[in-house]
Design a protein around this ligand. Structure first.
Ligand SMILES: Cc1cc2nc3c(=O)[nH]c(=O)nc-3n(C[C@H](O)[C@H](O)[C@H](O)COP(=O)(O)OP(=O)(O)OC[C@H]3O[C@@H](n4cnc5c(N)ncnc54)[C@H](O)[C@@H]3O)c2cc1C
Length: 451
């Protein structure tokens, strides 16, 4: 059962009016958040015979994946691409018979380096940074020989304290390559690389056996047939999801957990799984409080506070990919769909506060830097960073998060468990990681070792 009393997305965040006190509802497990992590955990626990309630603040399932109709067609406002190197999402796709649709292959590339714009083939652009990126990533399997055990080989190394910007600065490469490399990683982090953990980049590339090009392919090549919603609906089928219910407090002790919502509803359970993004955790109080390392991570937040925008431009330019400077409001764009004689681009920028995507003049100026001569007609986007239910885009860590906070989030706090793509072992930041973490949380509860 998925209750759906729809409200416009912009009005659904916090529910100010408290309802009269109600009887607490009971379940074996309450899961907070109906994204991929929460819905996967719910399915697993339900299939194992537990009663489960999923409590979700939005008026829809999916969290940071959101297939919506915009610019006259279905568009993925959040997470989009999946890949055959991602075992958890791939297994789910096979389970439900969902295939992939390939994004168009670009024919031209534009890039910015050494203070100048350049144009060539997409292969040329990739090859411009191949040597330097291989050098940067050469230790990915040294630190992450088992990429799904990210803490196993860090040892006493201080590698996790290092920022990606520092590592790039230490490479002896020409400014030309450095400019492209910095922008490539600002794109991957959807944020400034000064704050980005070098280990997070190494983890990503270790997952494709040290091959950064395959890692990049994983990020933006294959979409889900029917969109992310098709897979979500399969995973969610049969789950009891309470939409429009914003959790504000979680209390737990050796006897169980109490989950309180802003509308006055209360849930009691033997266990609670919290799948909130790091950036949404300030909205919930925990009693007992979270460990110091977790609270520090919440207060620091993730690096990823950028923009994803779908931009309709006039006409049908030759399919292109464009990579600008790391500090531009949009530093990446590629052609994605043809739309009645016009073209829809997908674009990213590293700092959502620097681009108001509702202002066509601003978007036009940002795009003009990347690809000159495109006329912007319409834009569709969602500000995930300003949204209190996410507070970030795809979770990308700061230096220190991995060694100081990940283990605390992955361990149970008594009857409280965390899941979510920010706390995954493998493809942290991806749909795959969200599914992995949901499976892990469900298994930990099933094991009973933590009951
Ligand atoms: C713009 C963008 C592009 C991305 N691109 C890709 C991509 O191409 N490929 C890929 O694999 N991944 C991508 N990702 C990442 C991917 O979407 C996420 O990692 C994944 O969907 C996270 O799932 P989750 O269940 O861990 O968290 P979420 O999906 O964030 O789920 C958490 C849920 O908790 C709910 N919630 C928050 N606060 C409360 C509260 N107080 N009470 C109740 N409910 C609450 C939220 O509404 C949400 O539904 C992208 C993300 C974004 C934002």
């Amino acid at each position: 059962m998925i209750e759906n009393t729809r409200q416009p997305e912009g009005q659904r965040e916090r529910q100010p009016k408290r309802q009269p006190k109600r009887q607490p509802e009971q379940a074996d497990v309450v899961i907070i958040g109906a994204g991929f992590a929460g819905l996967t955990a719910a399915r697993e626990l339900r299939q194992a015979g537990r009663s489960v309630i999923v409590v979700e603040a939005r008026d829809r399932i999916g969290g940071r994946t959101w297939l919506d109709t915009r610019l006259g067609r279905p568009l993925e406002i959040g997470g989009t691409w999946v890949h055959w190197t991602q075992p958890y999402v791939w297994a789910e796709m096979k389970r439900y018979g969902i295939g992939t649709v390939q994004s168009p292959v670009p024919e031209t590339a534009f890039w910015w380096a050494d203070g100048k714009s350049h144009q060539g083939s997409p292969e040329q652009l990739l090859n411009e940074i191949d040597a330097s990126n291989r050098q940067l990533m050469e230790d990915s399997r040294l630190y992450f020989p088992e990429p799904f055990s990210p803490l196993a080989h860090l040892g006493a190394s201080d590698i996790d304290a290092t920022s990606l910007a520092k590592k790039i600065a230490d490479l002896r490469i020409a400014d030309y390559s450095k400019d492209i490399l910095e922008s490539f990683w600002a794109l991957n982090f959807n944020g400034p690389i000064d704050d980005a953990a070098f280990t997070q980049a190494l983890r990503w590339v270790a997952l494709t056996n040290g091959d950064w090009k395959i890692c990049f392919e994983a990020c933006a090549t294959y979409k889900l047939q029917g969109g992310t919603l098709a897979l979500l609906q399969e995973i969610a089928a049969g789950s009891d999801v309470r939409l429009n219910t914003t959790v504000v407090a979680v209390e737990h002790d050796e006897n169980g957990a109490t989950i309180k919502a802003a509308d006055g509803s209360v849930f009691q359970a033997d266990h609670v799984v919290c799948t909130l993004p790091l950036g949404a955790l300030p909205g919930v109080s925990f009693e007992p409080p979270l460990p110091d390392s977790s609270r520090k991570a919440v207060s620091d937040g993730q690096v990823s506070k950028g923009t994803k925008a779908w931009i309709k431009v006039k006409g049908t330019p030759q399919p292109f990919v464009a990579l600008g400077s790391a500090d531009w409001p949009l530093n990446f764009a590629q052609t994605e769909y043809e739309a009645d004689g016009d073209t829809i681009l997908v674009a990213f920028g590293p700092d959502a506060s620097r681009l108001d995507t509702t202002d066509l003049v601003q978007v036009q100026a940002a795009l003009e830097l990347l690809v000159p001569g495109q006329e912007v007609l319409e834009v569709a986007s969602h500000d995930w960073t300003a949204d209190p239910l996410s507070g970030e885009t795809w979770p990308m860590h700061r230096p220190g998060f991995l060694s100081e906070a990940l283990a605390a989030f992955q361990a149970s706090q008594g009857r409280l468990f965390f899941a979510g793509s920010g706390f995954a072992n493998g493809w942290g930041g991806f749909i795959d990681g969200a599914i992995e973490s949901g499976l892990e949380a469900a298994r930990a509860i099933q094991d009973g070792s933590l009951a």
